[in-house]
Design a protein around this ligand. Sequence first.
Ligand SMILES: Cc1cc2nc3c(=O)[nH]c(=O)nc-3n(C[C@H](O)[C@H](O)[C@H](O)COP(=O)(O)OP(=O)(O)OC[C@H]3O[C@@H](n4cnc5c(N)ncnc54)[C@H](O)[C@@H]3O)c2cc1C
Length: 483
Amino acid sequence: MSEYDAVVVGAGPNGLAAAIELARAGRSVLVREAAESVGGGLRSGELTLPGFTHDLCSAIHPMAAASPFFRTLPLSEHGLEWIEPPLPLAHPLERGEAAVLRRSVDETAEGLAADAESYRTLFGPLVTSWSRLESAVLGPLVRVPRHPLALARFGVSALQPAAGLARRRFDGEAARALFAGLAAHSILPLESLGTASFGLVLGTTGHAVGWPLPRGGSQRIADALASYLLSLGGEIQTGAPVVSLEELPAKTVLCDITPRQFLHLAGDRLPPRYRKALQRFRYGPGVFKLDWALSGPIPWTAPACAQAGTVHLGGTLEEIVASERAPARGETSERPFVLLAQPTLFDSSRAPDGKHTAWAYCHVPNGSEADLTEAIERQIERFAPGFGERVLARSVSTPADLERRNPNLVGGDIGGGSNELRQLVARPVLRPVPYSTPLDGVYLCSASTPPGGGVHGMCGYLAARAALRAGGGRTRRDGSRGA
Ligand SMILES: Cc1cc2nc3c(=O)[nH]c(=O)nc-3n(C[C@H](O)[C@H](O)[C@H](O)COP(=O)(O)OP(=O)(O)OC[C@H]3O[C@@H](n4cnc5c(N)ncnc54)[C@H](O)[C@@H]3O)c2cc1C
């Protein structure tokens, strides 16, 4: 029985985005979510002590701010309020200094001494042409670009390994370290082809749109998306895991899940070649995450760190390169590169008066059981002596904990699959319509499809557009699909 035009499996940002786009096109949509609340990678909760709200996964949202799809949604009318910290990013170095990513390219460059001109030359043109680049960066790479020249200019640098680009472009420790930290969001060794693209895109978004965080926690983004979907007539069932595609009451199905789960849900309906291709899909390293309830703000030595929503802890380019090499070799780093967010400095609603939270993680081998608590806290103490005395409580999340909360985080992989160059192009499989599957009316729409990980909703939006183009997801009274 086709009760709905479409069913979406999973209420992560991409599932909700897909459902919204279908509902906006007049389709009846049901979202089935396994967990008791919507959000997937956007959930927040009291992980440590009562009154302290922590982001279980995503915390800082440059890609949401940059998302051409999110821009079209009235999310502020549904309770979402963005907060922009004075500085997007600080990267402390020794001697109490810090490299700082500011909203202005010029002001960022001025802080990088001898590398000021090189920084301006690298990022200036990208920021200027961001409005032309964004649809290419936040969409499938396998399609005719709308602005080929701007994309070609970006591609020349973006395809390079980040470590090489940083060494060639910059002479000083600060600029090199700043770029390495940005590129480490690729979760790949920084000698890998294409890792520069992550540094360039994240740096550019810092200038072009900022790195904001939502008041009240990332859950608020999910709640706003869900509220807007309901206002369009969409329906959501939580606590409703899908175990087989056969059980779904629609001919059009969009799956906000990764290839491994899709193989289970589709059973033996998939042709062997496609099945094999999905089995070859590679997951990336996992993450080891800590959340703290703190008695006060983190006592950074470098003053700029107290103004930044995100702090990258890892020291020099060479240290970060060594740290990011480890997970790919099946090792953990003694001095891991740590990504830290400190939301309560800018959003007091998330903790009791005068108290604070912090969120941090480092990359570890996929499925690693290693305990990186001490290694992460050592990196914080290195740049903020006395941090440990402010810890009231901590919550530890291993890759297995993350996957237990959300099966999309396979082995603790937060990006929906490895970001190696091949998988940026063929994600998860090279097909003329990237989101389609060999099953009629069934689409993938998670971060395992283009443009990949991060909270931007573009995978869901583009998958929904593909479904609408292919027959509209509308179910006729006789049960067949039609435009
Ligand atoms: C620790 C961590 C930190 C991160 N930090 C950031 C950050 O700061 N900024 C950023 O932009 N991104 C960040 N991310 C990445 C971001 O959260 C993800 O890229 C994003 O959530 C992917 O969205 P999605 O919709 O594809 O999948 P998900 O958000 O994973 O949602 C998938 C949903 O599907 C549900 N589901 C799975 N299987 C089934 C089933 N069989 N039936 C029904 N429902 C099912 C899951 O429960 C889940 O709710 C982080 C992720 C993690 C884990």
